[in-house]
Design a protein around this ligand. Structure first.
Ligand code: AP5
Length: 245
């Protein structure tokens, strides 16, 4: 493949973060988007739960922290994400779900991507009122065999599903997770606004309606990023091939 077509492909690759409070719909939307775009969804929550279930040292450390509704230390999740971003399937793009969750994580992510000569081009923030977040979390169930996420009221599981109720989805723990979101993670909204890649998406509505809003926002952001990249390259070429963006 020529260098110019590789770079055009890279400009249109979706490299995004999904932001939003616990149970705002990041996992549901991320899974649909990942399968329609053919890129991986990377969920630090799923990775930490897998480590816990496998009984690794990291999983044992994370277990108590997650059950208490607190955040796992930055350096541990940054290492997890660094490893995952080194896998070849992320070269065509990726969706980060639940990472970053603090400003130091966001800064570390920028550095990890800079080391790979790519940038994020979209940060989508799913907005939902607190009372709906509570209902969505406490009635969530997951099929252990398929990983499919269900909701007892809005998306009931089939009889064949083998359901688990996440430990951290009990009402008291959800409250703590929502508080952790307000104190630590909400700061990412201004962080990505400053980088001009943030869009707010109304999370009220059916998964399909929310998904359509997200797709429109991504299309706008990715094409805006690609055209500013293209004009930066044209500018660099006009300046005699000096470095672009
Ligand atoms: P994580 O697994 O990332 O949890 P979260 O961010 O709290 O998000 P959730 O998985 O709870 O919700 P979601 O937004 O994905 O919603 P979903 O689509 O399932 O993290 C868990 C823990 O791990 C953290 O508390 C922390 O301890 C640790 N951790 C993870 N990442 C970390 C990091 N980077 N740094 C530090 N610690 C970290 O939807 C929820 C429910 O609503 C489902 O039942 C679904 O079916 C339903 N639903 C979804 N959309 C709709 C809709 N439009 N209408 C009706 N129902 C809907």
């Amino acid at each position: 493949m020529s260098t110019s077509s590789t770079s055009a492909q890279s400009q249109h690759a979706v490299r995004m973060v999904l932001l939003g409070a616990p149970a705002s719909g990041k996992g549901t939307q991320g899974a649909t988007l990942a399968s329609s775009l053919g890129i991986p969804k990377i969920s630090t929550g799923d990775m930490l739960r897998a480590a816990r279930d496998a009984g690794t040292e990291l999983g044992q450390l994370a277990d108590g922290i997650m059950a208490a509704g607190k955040l796992v230390p930055d350096d541990l999740v940054i290492r997890l994400v660094d490893g995952r971003l080194s896998e070849p399937d992320t070269q065509s793009g990726f969706i980060l779900d639940g990472f970053p969750r603090t400003v130091p994580q966001a800064e570390a992510l920028d550095r990890l991507l800079e080391g790979r000569s790519v940038k994020l081009n979209a940060a989508l923030h799913i907005d939902l009122p607190r009372e709906l977040l509570m209902e969505r979390a406490t009635l969530r169930r997951t099929d252990v065999r398929t990983g499919q996420i269900y909701h007892l009221k809005y998306n009931p599981p089939p009889d064949s599903a083998e359901l688990v109720h996440r430990d951290d989805d009990r009402e008291e723990t959800v409250r703590k997770r929502l508080d952790a979101y307000d104190t630590m993670t909400a700061a990412l909204v201004p962080y990505y606004k400053g980088k001009k890649i943030l869009r707010h998406v109304d999370g009220v509505g059916t998964p399909r309606e929310v998904g359509e809003r997200i797709r429109r926002a991504i299309d706008e952001l990715v094409s805006a990023g690609a055209s500013s990249g293209a004009s930066a390259s044209r500018g660099a070429a006009a300046r005699g091939g000096a470095d672009g963006d």
